[in-house]
Design a protein around this ligand. Structure first.
Ligand SMILES: [Zn+2]
Length: 642
């Protein structure tokens, strides 16, 4: 409520509020790395021959046909003697290609691969010297474009207007942007997007002035990103959304019905940005806005620059899940400022970010919460390594050749990465480690990077040829080896001592924590308690747990999920209606897939329930979530036309 007056002023403040604080920059063309580690096998582009440096989009959103259509004007830099440029596409319908002066250029569309899509090869016009050339592509996306999620009004929180959002990572943006879709080929971009009123378009760049009325009930919105980014970070959303300021450079977009709760939940944002800057140097993107998406967003968050995308499921009413914001904000350094050149170095984005997230959490919310989150990370790493086997190549931080960017083990990049960096920090001392990390971000700002570059920098700045230190750090074992190296810094055993004792007491003789004690626990503590409970529990035990702790009424979706998971895997009938309601309301894959799997694995009890709930909830899920659940419940075999 305390933010309601701000929201009421919005129509006037809307765009001036979000307009550029970005320092005036000249567009710098980022280098292309040519090392073996930088090679990306999931692009058709040959960037050392001809590469895209800038993308200008002029697109119309069509909510009836579920397509975007218009032009992409690419600036292309080609080496001497090279007379074609290869772009990535996935299902784009190309109607023509010209040069900047409107002269038609020859192009061919190659054979399509189910994962990579197809190459578009464009003949370049004759040129002198190494000047940039323009290639203008007129095209439309397919209705099923994988990066674009078109929501009907019923799939939004407000229920009255349609909604669109894009998700580019990993290699999905080629389904709506014809460019070189590889993280090592950084590009600046600008866009003009038209949408029907009253929808507002937002993008992962700086808004350029007020929306322009273009007739027929449509408005045009313009954006620019003058810092080069990996193309998966070009993102947009359009819907009935409003903006509220959070601080001098931060704010939040959300559907009107969600805005007040979102604003309240995100009140610590400016403090987090300040904390991050104090640790690793200036925030270099100008604005930091967030958009709280409708419930079908399949991820927790996506670090699109200047505009983090968030699931509404993080809203708990008590800010207990704002570690998610610390994570997405940290990506403004690790991932967005310095980005892996190939998908095999996922840890350079996610592991470094998870580490940085814990540092922001420590600065803003205190050491105890940071220690608890580290203990959770360490625990998930141990579990994942135990399940996969300590010598399984999928547990290496640099993933094996041929691994699909959609098919990596999260624990090997997020959790192993954070444990690795905590271990290095512990060995060399925080001050020296922070100085190294600051130099890493400064030296490689707006550039791609690889594992070997990170290790070389670490050796140059921290090891200085000291063999004894080199042996203690075990750097190569961490990055290229499997399992958990023996020097791993163990979490503080006291982090969850009280909670673990309470869980053990329940297992021993059914003693439950007092309701008052339970309510005093942090979200992380409540989750830890539920995770420590036995796999198998009886119906009376589940009833007792729920009645004593009010689990089914918990406002934190992370806690509610763990309760429903325990209930479903133990075939607990009274929780089925709530599981159905949850799976209908929530599309975040982290929750959705495990719940269907828990039901499915019970066999005769859960399979018909899972199928029944999925049949009505599937249309509201993102294509990625549908892909995971289809595989769990065998949907294609069940209903080939569904
Ligand atoms: Zn991340």
């Amino acid at each position: 409520m305390r933010f309601a007056p701000l929201a009421a002023l919005l129509p006037l403040a809307l765009f001036t509020a979000c307009k550029g604080d970005l320092p005036e920059t000249e567009r710098v063309i980022a280098p292309i790395l040519t090392s073996e580690q930088a090679f990306d096998e999931f692009t058709y582009a040959r960037p050392t021959e001809a590469r895209v440096t800038h993308v200008a989009l002029d697109l119309a959103l069509d909510f009836d046909s579920h397509t975007v259509a218009g032009t992409a004007t690419l600036d292309v830099q080609a080496a001497d003697g090279v007379d074609e440029v290869v772009l990535d596409s996935n299902g784009l319908v190309i109607s023509g290609v010209t040069d900047g002066a409107g002269q038609a250029l020859d192009f061919t569309v190659g054979e399509s691969d189910p994962e990579k899509g197809e190459p578009i090869t464009v003949s370049l016009p004759a040129r002198t010297g190494d000047e940039l050339q323009q290639v203008v592509i007129t095209y439309a996306s397919e209705p099923g474009a994988e990066a674009l999620q078109w929501l009907s009004p019923e799939q939004t929180a407000g229920g009255e207007h349609p909604f669109l959002f894009s998700q580019g990572q990993a290699i999905l943006n080629r389904s709506w942007i014809p460019t070189q879709d590889s993280p090592g080929i950084r590009q600046t971009w600008e866009a003009r997007i038209t949408a029907p009123e009253p929808l507002t378009v937002v993008m992962s760049g700086i808004s350029q002035g007020e929306p322009e009325d273009v007739g027929e009930g449509r408005r045009a919105f313009s954006f620019a990103m003058d810092n080069s980014v990996p193309p998966y970070l070009i993102a947009m959303a359009a819907g009935n959304i409003e903006h509220a300021e959070l601080g001098p450079r931060s704010g939040v977009w959300a559907e009107p019905v969600t805005l007040a709760a979102a604003t309240e939940e995100l009140a610590d944002t400016e403090a987090m940005i300040d904390a991050a800057e104090a640790i690793y140097g200036p925030y270099r993107w100008g604005r930091y806005d967030m958009i709280v998406l409708p419930p079908s967003f399949p991820y927790g968050g996506m670090e699109n620059p200047t505009l983090t995308f968030l699931t509404p499921t993080f809203i708990a009413g008590d800010r207990s899940n704002t570690g998610l914001v610390a994570h997405e904000l940290a990506h403004s350094w690790s991932g967005n400022l310095v980005t892996y050149a190939s998908w095999r170095d996922g840890w350079l984005n996610e592991g470094v970010t998870s580490y940085f997230e814990s540092r922001i959490t420590e600065a803003v919310f205190g050491e105890k919460r940071a220690e608890q989150e580290y203990a959770l990370s360490y625990n998930s790493l141990e579990t994942a390594v135990a399940e996969a086997g300590a010598d399984n190549p999928v547990t290496a931080m640099r993933t094996p050749e041929g691994t699909s960017p959609f098919d990596t083990i999260g624990e090997a990049s997020y959790d192993k990465g954070t444990v690795f960096l905590r271990t290095v920090e512990h060995i060399v001392g925080r001050e020296a480690f922070d100085e190294f990390m600051r130099s890493w971000f400064d030296d490689h700002a707006f550039q791609p990077a690889t594992s070997e570059m990170f290790l070389a920098a670490l050796r140059e700045h921290l090891v200085h040829g000291d063999q004894e230190l080199e042996d203690r750090l075990m750097l190569d074992d961490w990055v290229y080896g499997t399992g958990i190296p023996e020097n791993a810094l163990a979490p503080d055993p006291a982090a969850f001592a009280e909670v673990d004792a309470a869980a053990a007491a329940f297992v021993d003789d059914g003693t439950l924590p007092l309701a008052t004690e339970w309510r005093g626990w942090t979200g992380a503590e409540q989750q830890r308690f539920l995770r420590e409970l036995p796999e198998v529990m009886t119906a009376p035990q589940l009833t007792q747990l729920n009645e004593a702790l009010g689990l089914s009424g918990n406002g934190n979706n992370e806690v509610l999920f763990l309760w429903l998971h325990a209930a479903m895997r133990n075939q607990y009938d009274p929780a089925v209606p709530q599981a159905a309601e949850f799976l209908h309301r929530v599309g975040r894959n982290k929750f959705v897939s495990p719940l269907y799997r828990a039901m499915w694995e019970t066999g005769g009890w859960g399979r018909p329930i899972a199928r029944r709930i999925y049949a009505t909830s599937r249309p509201g899920y993102h294509s990625m979530t549908r892909g995971s659940v289809d595989a769990i419940v065998g949907w294609e075999e069940e209903a080939p036309n569904g």
